[in-house]
Design a protein around this ligand. Structure first.
Ligand code: EAX
Length: 327
């Protein structure tokens, strides 16, 4: 009798546990970004979410929160990832070097020559290593997307040369490489969260800012900036990062689906960003923005060279050379 009861208990236990095991994993993750719904980040995140939803039969869904709604800036978003209060980050590498030091190397001015060079480095062994490094800082690095080549804008000068832009109070990201480069070039770099830039420009707390065309256009900075000078002084990669705390709770097969979808979306997001640049510039010119195309890039590069040399000391010239020599 006792034996039969024990067997019955055992049977119901094993039935229960097999029921628990059969329960499918479901989750909804929040994707956070400083950029607007019109920016390639958001369009990329929507596609990323569609792929994940489709490939998990709707078990895993992504919800996109644009315009800094979940945190005021990218640094705060990264802190949220570490704490597990924010799930997914789509943002620039700008502040990531403060958390994962090796990442700062990609933000050195005049390091990347063109988009082809960018793709070769970020999709090759160097990019893969940098992405793996962020996993030591509370993140799970999924993919490099794109923010773009950054250009200086302001209301005062055409900024064809750094001499002309001397003393300009320029908002930068919280990025040591950018701040040092602008300081070396004679400007007055002022780091600030992106969500504060529009109003700071409006009230004149800062004279200008620097960002890729896609950001400038999506945030309508042409409404409050007179000159956009195509300095292209630095390439700004974007990253898709998951909170490691959240990531570790996802079953392995689902992790693979998510990682693959983020990586696949990279080509789509980068293409969107690149294809529309000219069109966006022309449209803003039509509305009165002065796009300064004849910038003296050599003068900007020369003025930032001492900062470049400083980075060579910091990172090791061999690491910088490995990027430059990637063909
Ligand atoms: O990630 O803060 C910035 O200027 C960045 O370019 C932007 O947030 C995109």
């Amino acid at each position: 009798m006792k034996c039969m009861i024990a067997a019955g208990v055992l049977l119901s236990f094993s039935l229960q546990s097999s029921l628990v095991q059969a329960e499918p994993f479901t989750a909804t993750y929040k994707v956070t970004m400083t950029q607007t719904a019109a920016h390639p980040y958001a369009l990329g995140a929507n596609k990323f979410g569609d792929l994940v939803k489709e490939r998990t039969n709707g078990r895993i869904q992504l919800k996109v929160f644009t315009d800094s709604t979940l945190a005021k800036g990218e640094r705060e978003m990264l802190e949220g990832l570490q704490q597990g209060t924010i799930d997914i980050y789509v943002g620039s590498t700008g502040p990531v070097g403060n958390f994962s030091p090796s990442m700062l190397i990609v933000d050195i001015p005049f390091l990347f020559r063109d988009y082809d060079h960018v793709d070769k480095v970020l999709d090759g062994p160097i990019g893969k290593q940098l992405l793996a490094d962020v996993d030591k800082s509370g993140f799970k690095g999924l993919a490099f997307w794109e923010n773009g080549f950054r250009h200086v804008s302001n209301n005062k000068v055409t900024a064809k040369t750094p001499e002309e832009a001397k003393g300009l109070k320029l908002r930068t990201m919280e990025n040591k490489a950018h701040m040092l480069a602008f300081k070396t070039a004679g400007l007055n770099p002022t780091p600030m969260a992106y969500s504060e830039v529009y109003s700071a420009l409006q009230v004149g707390v800062i004279d200008g800012q620097e960002n890729p065309v896609a950001v400038f256009y999506a945030s309508k900075l042409n409404e409050i900036q007179k000159y956009l000078s195509l300095t292209g002084h630095v390439y700004s990669p974007a990253l898709v990062l998951f909170s490691q705390k959240k990531w570790n709770r996802i079953p392995k097969e689902d992790q693979e689906i998510i990682a693959k979808a983020a990586l696949e979306t990279a080509a789509f997001e980068r293409k969107l960003n690149r294809d529309d640049e000219d069109k966006k510039l022309k449209e803003m010119e039509g509305k009165g923005l002065v796009v300064v195309r004849d910038v003296n890039k050599e003068a900007w590069q020369k003025a930032m060279q001492p900062a470049f040399d400083e980075f060579a000391k910091q990172f090791g010239k061999d690491k910088i050379d490995a990027i430059i020599q990637t063909k």
